[in-house]
Design a protein around this ligand. Structure first.
Ligand code: HEC
Length: 496
């Protein structure tokens, strides 16, 4: 609560991160981590067979990857930093404290990777023309690039695993216990062959554009890349299973909601069936491309291409969701509040420690109950203002007012058109973490529960969008802002 609340009332903050991050993962895995070794292998194979057609194909695929990874790939990578710092500065701050040196190393490796891909792409033609010695050197450059791409992923996956389950770090706060969290190695073992298979499928799709229909080489290329894809597929399945069995059970309980939404929990079995069918379809089409390339209608290759992107995107979404109610397992809730601060907050109230207040717009002040006297009106608006601050600080990392996953939508479904009085809603909110374990417990005190209730009742009538600090600014709340460090320590000591 030391930062103004960034909020997108229609889309929701989660989707801002999810949209950018998923696009980034697809590009990173499919076009960098998995594709660079494949391209280097194609170049090596062409050199070995003295067949320039492989060389040309590899270069064309590289050029596509080069364009996309250095533009959209790099921008979405930076975009993840921007979006997570806006939406949940607390979690990124904690992660930076634990993983500073990992990110520093990551930055060095990333810069190396960018230099290598520039060098690899730009020297391709010249070094090829210079003869076999230069060509060999160029191929080595390709494999070095492949290695650097993998290392960037390998570092980040440690942090992703940590966010799901920090393991022993919760008792021993050291860098290495954080890195060696229980999900790190299984997740890395899963993502590595996944990236290779993805790259294979994407390359098969690109081969259609870079070879001619009647050309026998198209079939040779499809067959070879198809074999590459199938060779990694069993590892994806085995490591996927290992990863799945390493995920704590509490997270698996969230799977149903994560795949769809609350209303679609029953859809889970259907989804799993769809997933199995998708995997089988991918494997069949690839298998067909290998064994009967002439019979395979070329559009059929669109199917595995779309399917693998869809599956991987969905996997990321699920992975992000199931660690809820935490953003960092057992340590920090998704609302940005640390588990160990809860006792203090529930006693003193979150507003006591909120540095900023989120001013009501004129539109948000409308639709008050009829017939209020002026003092009643003022008191009411004051309660609504405080209730809004509670809502902004404790619910908006996951809920909007009226948009996606809106609080009003949920209340409408639960309580219908009857007035959503604090008596009605407060009881639910107080125990919402039992009703839906992916929600954190309410962090405020009893008075704030009533204020939040008053605000939610107001939202039943008032449909105005709830602006974030980025559009209406904030009011610095005097009491919290004036707190001195000594006072904070005393209060915390008193609670403990
Ligand atoms: C960690 C994210 C998160 C936070 C923080 C959070 N919620 Fe939720 N809440 C959810 C999700 C996810 C759902 C289910 C959405 C769906 O249908 O898929 C949900 C559902 C609900 C529902 C409907 C539950 C039901 O049983 O049908 C209510 C009511 C609700 N939230 C209120 C709140 C309130 C009030 C706050 C703030 C005090 C809050 N939530 C904070 C994630 C969160």
């Amino acid at each position: 609560m030391d930062f103004p609340v960034f909020h997108l009332d229609f889309l929701g903050n989660r989707y801002l991160i999810a949209g950018i991050a998923i696009l980034h993962v697809l590009i990173n895995h499919g076009l960098a981590v998995g594709m660079m070794p494949l391209i280097a292998a194609m170049e090596w194979y062409g050199h070995k067979k003295q067949d320039p057609r492989w060389d040309k194909l590899a270069y064309k695929i590289l050029f596509v990857c080069f364009l996309i990874t250095t533009t959209v790939g790099a921008l979405t990578g930076v975009g993840i930093w921007f979006s997570v710092s806006l939406v949940n500065p607390y979690s990124i701050a904690s992660l930076i404290r634990v993983f500073f040196w990992a990110w520093f190393t990551e930055w060095l490796v990333f810069v190396t990777e960018v230099c290598l891909i520039l060098a690899y792409t730009l020297t391709w033609k010249k070094w090829t023309a210079q003869g076999p010695e230069s060509k060999k050197r160029h191929i080595r450059l390709g494999f070095a690039l492949a290695f650097a791409s993998w290392v960037t992923m390998a570092i980040i996956v440690a942090i992703l695993g940590f966010m799901m389950d920090p393991g022993n770090w919760l008792t021993v706060n050291s860098f290495w216990t954080g890195v060696m969290n229980p999900l790190y190695i299984p997740q890395l073992a899963f993502r590595t062959p996944l990236a290779a298979t993805m790259a294979g499928i994407i390359a098969m799709f690109l081969i259609l554009f870079f070879t001619k229909k009647q050309d026998q080489f198209r079939n040779d290329a499809l067959r070879a890349v198809g074999l590459w894809t199938l060779a990694f597929a069993p590892f994806v399945l085995v490591a996927g299973w290992w990863y799945y069995t390493s995920v704590p059970d509490a997270m698996k309980d969230n799977l149903g909601v994560s795949l769809g939404t609350l209303e679609f929990v029953d859809w889970q079995t259907k989804f799993l069936q769809i997933a199995v069918i998708t995997v089988v379809t991918i494997l069949l089409v690839v298998q067909f491309a290998i064994s009967r390339p002439k019979l395979l209608p070329k559009v059929a290759l669109v199917v595995p291409f779309v399917a693998i992107l869809w599956m991987t995107g969905h996997f990321e979404r699920v992975r992000e969701f199931i660690r809820k109610p935490y953003v960092i397992g057992q340590y920090m809730y998704a609302n940005g509040l640390r588990v160990e601060d809860y006792a203090l907050l529930q006693r003193d109230g979150v507003l006591t420690y909120a540095t900023y207040s989120n001013p009501l717009t004129e539109a948000e002040k409308a639709e008050l109950p009829n017939g209020l006297s002026e003092p009643e009106r003022t008191a009411r608006l004051e309660a609504i203002q405080k209730g809004k601050d509670v809502f902004m600080n404790t619910c908006t990392r996951c809920h909007t007012g009226h948009g996606v996953n809106s609080i009003t939508g949920h209340l409408q479904r639960m309580f219908g058109d009857q007035p959503w009085t604090p008596e009605l809603t407060a009881g639910y909110i107080e125990s919402m973490h039992y009703a839906q374990p992916y929600m954190p417990p309410f962090p405020g005190n009893k008075a704030e529960l009533q204020l939040l209730g008053t605000y939610l009742q107001h939202l039943q009538q008032n449909k105005a969008p709830i602006p974030g600090a980025q559009s209406v600014g904030v009011i610095v709340s005097g009491a919290a802002a004036a707190r001195s460090p000594e006072m904070t320590n005393q209060t915390e000591a008193a609670v403990q």
